[in-house]
Design a protein around this ligand. Structure first.
Ligand code: FES
Length: 152
């Protein structure tokens, strides 16, 4: 991790030291490291001469940023209107209960992180679950549990 932060720091220095660089730097950090760690918040704050709470405040406003280390696979449960009305919430509760993980967190074995999302853009296939880059349509509880076994 320390080596990747060093690489990010070198990249960061190519950006102007101005507030407009904040979002692109956070996006780059998440792309490289998978999440926004406390070290990244501190590093970016120092570089842009902002406080850590200013950086965290901006980052936490946007749902695209995560603040915990991702698992080997990411499960996104759609809770947009179309998915919500046909059982999206039940799918989320099933994941939380059976995988023993809360939304926004990672399982203790680092196998899955679980996320709720607003809309995956394929409402006609509701309810929709995305695992990594795979979109699963018309998911029910039985199908959901079968899907987990395909991701080690
Ligand atoms: S609401 Fe779920 S894909 Fe749009």
């Amino acid at each position: 991790m320390k080596e990747r932060i060093t690489c990010f720091t070198e990249y960061m220095c190519t950006y102007p030291k101005e507030e407009g660089s904040l979002i692109p730097l956070l996006q780059k950090a998440q792309g490289e490291l998978g999440y926004i760690s406390p070290e990244i918040v501190e590093t970016v704050a120092d570089y842009l001469q902002l406080t850590e709470s200013q950086v965290f405040g901006v980052a936490s406003f946007y749902s695209q940023f995560r603040f915990s280390e991702p698992g080997r696979h990411s499960i996104s449960i759609c809770l947009g209107t179309a998915c919500h009305v046909v059982g999206g919430e039940i799918l989320l509760e099933t994941c939380e209960r059976d995988l023993e993980v809360k939304s926004g967190e990672c399982t203790s074995d680092m196998r899955f992180d679980l996320n709720r999302v607003a809309c995956l853009g394929c409402c006609a296939l509701a309810p929709v679950v995305k695992i990594d880059e795979d979109i699963h349509s018309k998911v029910n509880i039985i199908k959901l549990k079968e899907m987990w076994s395909n991701y080690e």
